[in-house]
Design a protein around this ligand. Structure first.
Ligand SMILES: Nc1ncnc2c1ncn2[C@@H]1O[C@H](COP(=O)(O)OP(=O)(O)OP(=O)(O)O)[C@@H](O)[C@H]1O
Length: 295
């Protein structure tokens, strides 16, 4: 299902956090949400999965405003995997946790039917958690837990998947496996990612959030430009599609220099003060030289 966020404004504790944010994820697309710490990514996700009501603006999934749907109806469409969001899991096994994903589909009696069992079995197998399906969830490692939480989300058979730093605890192989899995689900996905290389690999499109405003959105190579990477993330970097079809980023060894007030000095990125993103860029040059290195 298509996700549309239109002119979303969110204020928390009298502080405007999101300023008229608009974005779109077409049906089946994997859209990456990137931006520096505190730029508003998690807040935006909370609004998308209907845990935070916006002051203004609309979040629509499949064309319906999520706040016009019941919480249950919205949960049948959208599943979220959040950072360290385990909820109340004490004493539950992995299979029981994954089964919780079926709750929005249950009738009044709340009993699991054949379809529920199939969805749980499928999700457990797809996410590779079968070897510890009978273990106490609390006894799992961080990476194992993250797989289980993805399995719970997939058991929900959502039409929109919302992921907040899903790959945090995962080793490099597990990251690739999980990202590949997400791509093969065909479910529309909005994923917050800090690792820009992973974002470039996983995503059809990328949205860059900076200080609560969308400063760039579009296909990976159109968005991960040296100017955006310097202006928003404060690094010298460039993205390039390699012969194997994978987009990789090359970073300079050091970040851009910052002044005493935390503002970025202009390095070699050729930015001017009016560049997209709005970080103030002083006219001075960084005093150090930047060696190009590959990560
Ligand atoms: N309940 C709240 N009251 C006031 N400010 C809040 C509240 N929750 C979050 N914020 C602030 O909103 C801003 C955006 O936070 P958010 O968690 O959405 O950022 P983020 O981009 O997800 O950051 P990170 O990459 O560090 O996880 C931050 O400055 C944060 O301190």
């Amino acid at each position: 299902m298509k996700l549309t966020v239109d002119q979303l404004r969110i204020t928390l504790d009298h502080r405007p956090i999101l300023h008229a944010v608009s974005l779109e994820a077409r049906t089946g697309d994997v859209v990456g949400l990137i931006g520096p710490n505190g730029s508003g990514k998690s807040t935006l996700l909370r609004a998308v999965y209907r845990s935070l009501r916006p002051a203004d603006g609309v979040v629509a999934v499949g064309g319906d405003d999520v706040w016009a749907l019941s919480a249950r109806a919205a949960a049948r469409r959208t599943a979220a995997v959040l950072q360290d969001a385990t909820g109340s899991t004490s004493g539950l096994t992995v299979t029981e946790i994954v089964s919780l994903g079926r709750a929005p589909h249950h009738g009044l009696l709340g009993r699991d039917g054949a379809e529920d069992h199939r969805a749980v079995r499928d999700a457990i197998d797809r996410c590779g958690v079968r070897p510890y399906a009978d273990r106490d969830y609390a006894s799992l490692s961080g990476g194992e837990r993250q797989r289980v939480l993805l399995a719970r989300a997939l058991a929900q058979r959502p039409r929109l998947l919302v992921l907040d730093e899903l790959t945090n605890h995962l080793d490099i192989r597990a990251r690739f496996e999980l990202l590949e899995l997400i791509r093969t689900t065909g479910v529309t996905t909005l994923a917050v990612l800090h690792d820009l290389d992973l974002a470039a690999r996983l995503c059809d499109r990328i949205v860059v959030l900076h200080e609560g405003t969308v400063v760039a959105a579009g296909p990976v190579l159109e968005v991960l430009t040296p100017e955006i990477l310097a202006d928003v993330f404060g690094v010298h970097a460039s993205a390039e599609r390699h012969a194997d079809g994978v987009v990789r980023l090359t970073y300079a060894a050091q970040p851009l220099a910052t002044g005493k007030d935390g503002r970025l000095f202009e390095g070699e990125s050729g930015l001017d003060g009016g560049a997209a993103g709005g970080i103030g860029v002083d006219g001075e040059r960084a005093s150090h030289s930047l060696d190009a290195g590959t990560m």
